[in-house]
Write a protein that binds this ligand. Structure first.
Ligand code: GLC
Length: 454
């Protein structure tokens, strides 16, 4: 007779098997897309998360996800957030961005003209951990100068005041597209007359029927049409400036020092330093100076009035005080003090704040913005859980990290590999068979039960 322990092991083996299937179904020539249908193109942080999952059982395929993005790196060092599917039927998606208009883009590879949270260094190191010493060194040597170029680009193009805090120019760069602090900025965005007309005439409900994403998911679980049109208009404005950040930033409504992006960047910088040390390489002096500045000035994200971390408007210096999961992300950065980390941990376990039955909500339940099924305005996302589990561990909150891992695995086991989940009921939402959900579940399982992963 099998014991409860055996059946738990069987169900864990089964979930890993299913997760591997999701990743293989979402592979086109071994390159992983976020999901069939809704997301046919490759996306930067999605590919990094996919690589982290793949590294446990197919290191070569994991490396391919990273290398293929490096092939698309622009000559100024930027790694674009989308590499478009070359199939003829996607010509319109490629045409919307027209990356070729920038002399800095790789003309043979159609990409977007903006970036996304810099998860690259983390994925490179996680792959490195799965290699023997000499393979790992040659992997790091192969990647090193490209990674340095990417981090240096963020400082040279997105650091207008030289304080080392990175400024984003479009909500898509945060990865948390319609998170409340960015939504407020989106509302201030000066939209053209035709978008305003659609809004005044309340035609957005009609437009819902023509939305591409509505073919795959319920529009009530996504950005509204009104938001989507403004996001599109913001893209037109940066495209008009050929994706030249220095031209775009002074005019942009979106010039935001984003807390999520900067927290991830700080961690990426420490990992880059580790990579350099392992292969006995020096980082450029200018880059080291900037890295130190980011660490020192990160404290500017702390609002003494509310005792919270917030993103900041780069032009006016004000905090974007709408609460969101971004406020906890400094736990992942690793540079905040232990007492600050404890304050964030307290929020994470507080039932009126972020502690829901199916954690972690992307907006605290006490917030007037909270909508449990709408995209980044409430649902739980596995990549956010993964980042915070990692941060919790590094600050010594081992038990909480274990609980959050178990709850994340159970949420996916019971509901499927969805894009996001209702944090109160666990009900799945968004698109099904989503790659980063699958990949990061493989990683979480392997951290908790290494003996069950082959
Ligand atoms: C959505 C998410 C973004 C993700 C993309 C592809 O736009 O907000 O973070 O990268 O989908 O999965």
């Amino acid at each position: 007779m099998s014991s409860p322990k055996d059946s738990q092991a069987a169900s864990i083996i089964d979930i890993v098997k299913q997760a591997k299937n999701v990743l293989s179904q979402n592979s086109l020539d071994d390159l992983v897309i976020p999901a069939q249908g809704l997301y046919p193109h490759r996306v930067l942080w999605d590919s990094c998360f996919a690589a982290i999952g793949l590294s446990h059982y197919d290191v070569k395929k994991a490396q391919l996800q990273i290398n293929s993005f490096l092939e698309a790196q622009w000559s100024n060092g930027m790694i674009p957030h989308i590499i478009f599917n070359p199939q003829p039927k996607y010509w319109w998606d490629r045409h919307i961005w027209r990356s070729k208009i920038s002399p800095l883009s790789k003309h043979a590879i159609a990409t977007s003209g903006i970036t996304q949270p810099p998860m690259f260094a983390e994925a490179v190191v996680r792959i490195g951990e799965r290699l023997n010493e000499s393979q790992r060194n040659s992997w790091y040597e192969q990647i090193f100068s490209r990674l340095v170029a990417y981090h240096s680009w963020l400082y040279s193009e997105r650091n207008p005041e030289g304080r080392g805090l990175i400024t984003l120019i479009h909500p898509w760069e945060t990865g948390l597209d319609n998170t409340p602090p960015w939504l407020v900025s989106l509302r201030h965005h000066h939209a053209p007359w035709w978008i305003n007309m659609i809004t005044w005439l309340k035609l957005d409900k009609v437009a819902d029927h023509f939305r591409f994403d509505a073919r795959y998911v319920d529009p009530s679980e996504r950005s509204t049409t009104y938001e989507a049109l403004r996001l599109y208009d913001a893209l037109r404005k940066i495209r008009r400036n050929k994706y030249d950040s220095k031209k775009i930033m002074p005019k942009s409504t979106f010039a935001i020092e984003d807390i999520v992006f900067n927290s991830i960047f700080i961690r990426a910088n420490s990992l880059l330093k580790e990579i350099a040390a392992i292969i006995n390489q020096e980082l450029p002096e200018e880059l080291l100076k900037n890295i130190a500045l980011t660490e020192t000035n990160f404290k500017e994200f702390w609002d003494k009035e509310d005792d919270k971390y917030y993103s900041r408007n780069q032009k006016y210096g004000n905090f974007l005080k709408e609460d969101s999961i971004g406020s906890l992300m400094p736990l992942y950065s690793g540079v905040i003090s232990e007492s600050r980390a404890k304050q964030l941990y307290e929020r994470l376990i507080n039932k009126d704040d972020f502690n829901t039955p199916y954690p972690l909500p992307s907006v605290p339940i006490s917030s007037p913005w909270f909508k449990p099924m709408r995209y980044w305005q409430g649902p739980s996302w596995i990549n956010i859980n993964w980042l915070l589990i990692d941060g919790l561990k590094r600050y010594g909150f081992i038990e909480e990290a274990r609980i959050l891992s178990n709850k994340s695995i159970a949420m996916v086991r019971d509901n499927g590999f969805y894009e996001y989940f209702n944090p109160q009921s666990g009900e799945p939402a968004g698109v099904v068979n989503f790659s980063w959900t699958a990949a990061l579940i493989i990683d979480l399982v392997s951290q908790m039960h290494p003996e069950l992963i082959d």
